[in-house]
Design a protein around this ligand. Structure first.
Ligand code: SF4
Length: 337
C-alpha cells in the first residue's frame, strides 16, 4: 500500500530528501530512493510498502537472537520488502534485495490486524525482522503505537542505519533493539553494506540504549571478511565502553550463501576465539550462534559462573533464573526475566 512518508524535506524542483535512514537520499521527481521502497511522486515522498507483509511467523525470541528479554516467549515476526543494505551473503535476499517490481509475494496486513493476530496467538510482542524494519518505518511506528496500547512488546531486528530522528520518533514505542554490528572499519562496511559509515550504526545503538531500549548486538563472523582480531576487539571494547558490559554480544556462524557461496563456514574455533576476545574485553555475556549444542549457547551467571539457562538452538532446556536473579549467589541478571 502506498502511504506518504513521515520524515522527509521538500527541496526545490520537486525533489525530496528522505530522512528515514542514514543514506538520506535526495530523490528527483518520479524516482525512488536507494532502497527502491520510497517514491517521489510530484514532490511528495511515498512509502510503497506500507503494510506489505512478505514473511510472517511465530518464533521464540531466541531466534532473533535475543537472550536477555523474557526468554522462551513467543513473538509474532514480520518482514516486508527491500533493505537499505545489499549484503552479499544475505539469507533473506529474495525479499531484502527486492528489485522494486511486483510480482513479489506480499500482502497487506493492517496494523490493527497485526496486533490482533499477535494477541490472539499468545505472543508477548512483535518483531520486525527478515528484512530491515527501517524501510517500512511508518508501518512499524503505527503498529508499535497500537502494540503499546494492547500491552505487547516490540522489537527491531535491525542493521542500525536508522536516522536519529526516526529512532527518536519510534523510541517511546520500541522495547528491544537487536542490532547487527558487521565489522569495525569503513572497509568492512563498504564490502558488506555498501557504505563506509559504520560509525552511524554505533551511534544509533548508543542512542537506542540511552532511550531506554533493551539492546543486544550480533556479529555474523564471515571468514576473510570480518574475522580479523583487531575488528573483533574493536567491537567488544566499543560495547563495553559505549553500551555496557552487561550488553549481550552474539557472535554467529556464517554459512556460505548467495555471492559468498565460495567461502567456507566459520570455523567454530574462530567463534570461540571471538567469545574469548569479548570476555577478555570485560563483556559479561558473549554467545555463540548457529553452533547447536555448544556451551556458548548457554547463559552463565557473570558473578559466580552458575548455569542459568541451558539452550539448544532456539529452545530453552533449563531455566534456573528466579525473579531475575541467580539462584546460587543472588546476583541480578541484566535484562528482563
Ligand atoms: S529509507 Fe530508502 S529512500 Fe530513505 S534514505 Fe534510506 S535508502 Fe534512501
Amino acid at each position: 500500500m502506498k502511504k506518504e512518508a513521515l520524515l522527509y524535506d521538500k527541496l526545490p524542483d520537486s525533489q525530496v530528501q528522505c530522512h528515514t535512514c542514514q543514506r538520506r537520499c535526495t530523490i528527483p521527481q518520479g524516482k525512488t530512493g536507494w532502497c527502491l521502497t520510497r517514491l517521489n511522486e510530484g514532490g511528495v515522498l511515498y512509502s510503497l510498502i506500507y503494510g506489505e507483509v512478505s514473511s510472517l511467523s511465530i518464533n521464540p525470541i531466541e531466534k532473533k537472537p535475543v537472550f536477555h528479554f523474557h526468554p522462551g516467549t513467543r513473538w509474532l515476526s514480520l518482514g516486508s520488502l527491500g533493505c537499505i543494505f545489499r549484503c552479499p551473503g544475505c539469507q533473506n535476499w529474495e525479499i531484502a534485495h527486492w528489485s522494486g517490481k511486483y510480482p513479489t509475494a506480499a500482502y497487506y496486513l493492517s496494523p490493527e490486524h497485526q496486533v490482533e493476530m499477535a494477541s490472539s496467538h499468545g505472543c508477548l510482542g512483535l518483531s520486525w525482522t527478515f528484512n530491515e524494519p527501517t524501510v517500512w518505518f511508518e508501518y512499524t511506528l503505527d503498529s508499535a503505537k497500537l502494540a503499546r496500547k494492547k500491552g505487547l512488546y516490540t522489537n527491531y531486528v535491525t542493521n542500525g542505519f536508522i536516522t536519529e530522528e526516526a529512532l527518536d520518533t519510534i523510541a517511546p514505542y520500541l522495547d528491544v533493539y537487536r542490532v547487527d554490528v558487521k565489522g569495525f572499519s569503513a572497509d568492512t562496511y563498504q564490502k558488506i553494506a555498501h557504505t563506509p559509515d559504520f560509525e552511524m550504526v554505533l551511534k544509533s545503538a548508543e542512542r537506542a540504549k540511552r532511550c531506554g531500549m533493551h539492546v543486544e548486538v550480533v556479529t555474523n563472523i564471515i571468514p576473510g571478511v570480518n574475522d580479523d582480531d583487531v575488528e573483533l576487539k574493536g567491537i567488544a571494547s566499543w560495547i563495553k565502553s559505549n553500551l555496557d558490559s552487561d550488553t549481550p554480544w552474539h557472535v554467529t556462524r556464517f554459512h556460505p550463501y548467495l555471492k559468498l557461496s565460495h567461502l567456507y563456514p566459520t570455523p567454530v574455533s574462530t567463534l570461540e576465539q571471538a567469545r574469548e576476545i569479548g570476555m577478555n574485553a570485560g563483556l559479561h555475556y558473549v554467545y555463540l550462534g548457529n553452533v547447536p549444542g555448544h556451551d556458548g549457547e548457554n547463559t552463565y551467571c557473570h558473578h559466580c559462573g552458575s548455569l542459568l539457562i541451558k539452550r539448544y538452538v532456539f529452545d530453552i532446556i533449563e531455566n534456573h533464573i528466579r525473579e531475575g536473579k541467580c539462584p546460587r549467589c543472588d546476583t541480578q541478571i541484566p535484562g528482563r526475566f
